[in-house]
Design a protein around this ligand. Structure first.
Ligand SMILES: [Fe+2]
Ligand SMILES: [Fe+2]
Length: 163
């Protein structure tokens, strides 16, 4: 399908639709990582962020409504690529090191998600869409908080693996 964006609103609508795909793929990836993780604490971390991701999807749906844009999902291959790389690495890794790999794969996705939300927030701010900006900010904060938790867990795992 040919697409050409002439206005910031058109561009925003399209990027919102790619973000919907990104979040749905992140949800799938988190389920997979929860299944692969060995430690209960890390499984819980992945399960908790699945709940947050469902809220994030609801926030995106609300933004479509607020802007009166038809809800849809456009292609977003990045998260699929990160998930593929993560599961390939997990397949090659001894169970005792799998948690480190799973955490690292998840961290990559969180940083990508953060960059997507930062750009959407910039655009929403410029459009003067305050409520939209707030919903995006909620999602961004959850990604940032998750990245911090993943990092802390990864440090613990790495320290254990060295001993
Ligand atoms: Fe997310
Ligand atoms: Fe996330």
């Amino acid at each position: 399908m040919f697409e050409h964006f002439n206005t910031p609103q058109e561009l925003f609508g399209y990027q919102l639709a790619t973000t919907m795909t990104m979040e749905n793929d992140s949800l799938d990836m988190l389920k997979e990582l929860e299944g692969a993780a060995q430690a209960d604490e890390i499984k819980k971390l992945f399960a908790h962020h699945q709940d947050e991701t469902r809220q994030q999807i609801a926030n995106l749906e609300r933004i479509f409504e607020l802007l009166d844009i038809e809800k849809n999902a456009e292609p977003s291959p990045t998260t699929k690529g990160l998930a593929k790389e993560g599961s390939s690495m997990i397949g090659k890794t001894d169970p005792k090191l799998v948690d480190s790999v799973a955490l690292s794969a998840a961290l990559g996705t969180e940083h990508y998600e953060m960059s997507v939300y930062e750009s959407l927030i910039t655009m929403a701010e410029a459009m003067g869409a305050a409520e939209v900006q707030e919903l995006l900010q909620e999602n961004l904060q959850q990604e940032q908080h998750t990245a911090d938790e993943l990092n802390a867990a990864a440090k613990k795992c790495a320290a254990k693996a060295i001993v």
